[in-house]
Ligand binder design. Structure first.
Ligand code: HAM
Length: 445
């Protein structure tokens, strides 16, 4: 019986070496952005108790109802692979007293898991940069987070390709009043709704506003609107946020139908969307969640945050041709010409010790000189360092330039090390906007 070779789980992708360099570069950009805005990194487990997400995200949401990877562990406890990072971050903050009489700005990064129908931009394992600020009630932090994301788009050359949508959900009470009114309105028209929306009337009526069904969308143009239900303080909060954004020159669209798929939001919600990626247009989404800590049984802590989808960001950079030109990962390849025993192995480590920045690949695995030179070339290195019997005897290295028309050199070990030949090429500086150039990603060799 033949055995099928193993394959990755549907919706969970391998990120291969021709893409990991781009990912690492992008992660460097994000890390730098976080430190420029004085956010500290937090790392929480990928597994949390199922209860945390049911209580935090909301039992009636799609994420909790249909998309979680949950299982019982060997002691019978129900655990879930995190579908998002906010609930875990809040749990950690409460557990370790991080919110006690102080403000915190935290970020985390890593894989999330949702059992969704995979398609371009939507996966079952995907990566988020999740950014959370605690203990700040005023709209200045909402504005700062939006400006921070705007600064990222500028840094990546993506400004023309993203648009900001904004809404306020008001307090939990205001939202509940709106939900009741909307529910009654929808019930009276349920025959005209699509099947999914009909079901949602009873589980989560505000999610009907997100329906993609054309007939439902047409009907919804006359639906009661959330802004009419906003309480005074929330309205003022939102107006102040809008005024700050106007002053900062951020353009945005007010979208009263923007309600978000997770239940913990209150007041501000926002989404950066793009038309470049088809149906999965949300690249970065978030908002305020002032009620989450109390929902989880703790003291009230005001909070605001967002998450950025890495896969969508990578797709966007590719689709808009905003990929950086990244330097090769290897500076020099050491090729041994003949059977020199361990000589090249030891010489390579001697060179690494003498030139700490040097990225040196020893061409291993035998083969003819021609095939070793081919591998040296494929490594992307600028230089091939050749050693044969005569070099070994004389303590020299022959330097061949793989990317330039230049005569080869024969140098002693000391001369080679003290020359500037082995100074590594500077990598694209993640901080400088100049590092981002249009054009093709020169990733693989
Ligand atoms: P979310 O809107 O569920 O919010 O996800 C945030 C971002 O993650 C989305 O805008 C999208 O870019 C990306 N994303 C979501 N699902 C997928 C998927 N299946 N495949 C690929 N990318 C995806 C949250 O997760 C909140 N925790 C955000 C937040 C933080 N709110 C406050 N703080």
């Amino acid at each position: 019986m033949s055995v099928l070779p193993p394959r990755a789980v549907r919706g969970m992708s391998d990120i291969l070496p021709d893409k990991t360099r781009l990912w690492s570069w992008l992660e460097g950009q994000l890390r730098q952005l976080m430190s420029r805005y004085s956010y500290a990194e937090i790392r929480t487990p990928l597994l949390e108790s199922t209860r945390l997400f049911a209580r935090g995200i909301g039992a009636g949401t799609d994420v909790v109802e249909k998309e979680m990877y949950s299982f019982s562990d060997r002691s019978g406890d129900s655990l879930t692979l995190r579908p998002e990072a906010t609930a875990g971050c809040v749990r950690a903050g409460m557990e370790h007293g991080l919110f006690h009489n102080r403000q915190e700005r935290l970020w985390s990064y890593g894989p999330m898991f949702r059992y969704e129908r995979p398609q371009k931009g939507r996966y079952r394992q995907f990566h988020q940069l999740s950014v959370e600020a605690f203990g700040m009630e005023g709209p200045d932090i909402d504005a700062e987070q939006i400006l921070m994301t705007r600064s990222l788009w500028q840094q990546l050359g993506l400004t023309p390709y993203v648009q900001l949508e904004l809404n306020s959900l008001g307090t939990a009470q205001a939202r509940a009043a709106y939900r009741d009114t909307l529910k009654t309105w929808l019930e009276q028209r349920q025959d005209a709704l699509d099947e999914d929306s009909r079901r949602r009337i009873h589980t989560n009526p505000m999610r009907v506003l997100d329906s993609k069904d054309p007939a439902t969308r047409a009907l919804l143009t006359d639906a009661p609107q959330l802004p009419a239900f906003l309480d005074g303080p929330s309205r003022e909060h939102f107006e102040q946020l809008c005024a700050s954004l106007d002053e900062a020159g951020v353009s945005y669209t007010l979208n009263p139908a923007l309600v978000r798929g997770l239940d913990y939001y209150s007041r501000t919600v926002f989404e950066w969307t793009t038309t470049e990626l088809g149906a999965q247009g949300a690249v970065c989404s978030g908002g305020r969640y002032d009620g989450l800590t109390t929902q989880l049984g703790g003291k009230p802590v005001t909070a605001c945050g967002f998450a950025l989808g890495m896969e969508r960001l990578v797709l966007l950079l590719e689709s808009c041709q905003r990929l950086p030109e990244l330097a090769a990962e290897v500076d020099a390849a050491l090729v041994s010409c003949g059977d020199l025993g361990s000589y090249s192995l030891l010489l390579a480590d001697k060179l690494r010790a003498a030139c700490p920045g040097l990225r040196l690949q020893l061409i291993c695995g035998g083969g003819s000189i021609k095939s070793r030179m081919k591998r040296a070339d494929r490594s992307g290195a600028r230089l091939a360092l050749l050693v044969g019997e005569s070099e070994k005897e004389q303590g020299t290295v022959t330097v061949k330039f793989l990317r330039e028309e230049r005569d080869q050199l024969q140098l002693s070990f000391d001369d080679l090390v003290s020359s500037d030949l082995l100074a590594s090429e500077p990598l694209a500086d993640p901080g400088s906007p100049g590092a981002v150039k249009t054009g093709k990603y020169s990733g693989s060799h």
